[in-house]
Design a protein around this ligand. Structure first.
Ligand code: FES
Length: 111
């Protein structure tokens, strides 16, 4: 394992809550998705050095596509609807290295 890849994948979930009426990821069940992903990774024993790390983040400045998450080091951005989407990202991308194209955030989605 090289020193610049302590984790195989490091995933950041935006959990930001902005004041109404501004939209934010927290309005789209981001906290539940984050918790689900964290516990699923733990349950599958995919965490730890050389594995997958799930971290919470503040606003990632792509709120228009919320809820958003990003996987590094690939810098692949996703949006999701429910825990089934999270499970698919986990199985396909985080476990098998296959990007889930249907959940990718468009390059033009900004704040
Ligand atoms: S509130 Fe989630 S990206 Fe801004």
């Amino acid at each position: 394992m090289s020193s610049n890849s302590y984790f195989k994948h490091h995933v950041f979930f935006c959990l930001n809550q902005r004041e109404a009426p501004r939209e934010s990821c927290a309005n789209h069940a981001a906290q539940e998705a984050f918790k689900h992903c964290k516990s699923a990774i733990k349950h599958a024993e995919m965490g730890g050095p050389g594995g997958v790390r799930i971290s919470q983040a503040g606003c990632l400045d792509r709120c228009a596509g919320g809820p958003v998450m990003v996987v590094y080091p690939e810098a692949v951005w996703y949006t999701y609807v429910d825990n089934k989407d999270i499970d698919e990202i986990m199985q396909s991308h985080l476990k098998n290295g296959q990007v889930v194209e249907r959940l990718r955030l468009g390059d033009d989605v900004g704040h």
